[in-house]
Design a protein around this ligand. Structure first.
Ligand code: DX5
Ligand code: ZN
Length: 223
């Protein structure tokens, strides 16, 4: 299986979001990563269902919705209503009191369910739900902002998760993923990468995605 690439629009120019979505679509990304922040779970505010719908309306690329919000149970419905089959909704294990219920709700809408872990959260925190999710998201920065440095200390956790997941499950890394750090994540078992700065900061988005994909897939072949 080749590595999936998810483009986080958090680093796109907000005044030209539509163009950014079209650019990553034509570059062939596998997912568009929508970073949702509530100012409580993380110290930043970003996009809500309104933006997710706007993105959805102009592209067929599946959405990879990353909820960095408290009480995710409240917000599954509005996001699920703009999503469709093949889209992912991921919530943070640290933010939910009822992770099983959140996963069931996401799946009841016909969507893929993901669970995310902050860099300091151990694998044990998701042990009760690891088999019922479609995606596990290992954060390689403390969530809140794009442009932070990749936390290598998350690699042993990624590695142990890669040994317990099934063939059908996605294991994604998010935060500080670049052509330099992506190979390390792949080596430790990731089969998906999410990136914002590495895709939207370079002049040529198309080339940036190609470089990222090549760096990840070459490592996959070599290891
Ligand atoms: C961080 C977000 C990430 C972020 C990644 O809280 O969840 O998805 O956009 O940005 P980069 O790739 O710049 O680290
Ligand atoms: Zn994210």
């Amino acid at each position: 299986m080749s590595i999936k690439v998810s483009a986080s629009i958090l680093s796109a120019d907000p005044m030209y979001m539509g163009q950014a979505v079209k650019n990553v679509e034509s570059a062939g990304v596998d997912f568009i990563h929508v970073d949702v922040m509530d100012g409580h779970f993380v110290p930043n505010l970003t996009m809500g269902p309104f933006i997710a719908k706007g993105v959805k309306d102009i592209t067929n690329v599946p959405l990879d919705i990353h909820l960095m919000i408290d009480n995710p149970e409240i917000f599954i419905k509005p996001f699920a209503e703009v999503a469709s089959k093949g889209d992912i909704i991921t919530f943070h294990i640290e933010a939910s009191k009822e992770p099983e219920r959140v996963i069931t709700t996401i799946k009841d809408y016909g969507l893929l369910a993901g669970v995310a872990l902050n860099p300091s959260t151990p694998v044990d925190a998701i042990k009760g739900v690891v088999e019922s999710v479609d995606l596990i998201l290992v954060m390689t920065v403390n969530p809140g902002f794009s442009g932070q440095k990749f936390i290598k200390d998350a690699m042993p956790k990624l590695n142990s998760l890669s040994k317990i997941i099934g063939d059908h499950q996605l294991l994604s890394v998010d935060g500080g993923v670049t052509v330099e750090t992506a190979p390390m994540a792949i080596e430790n078992g990731a089969n998906m990468i999410a990136a914002a700065s590495a895709i939207f900061k370079p002049e040529d988005t198309n080339l940036a995605i190609k470089d990222l994909r090549d760096a990840a897939n070459n490592k996959l072949i070599c290891s």
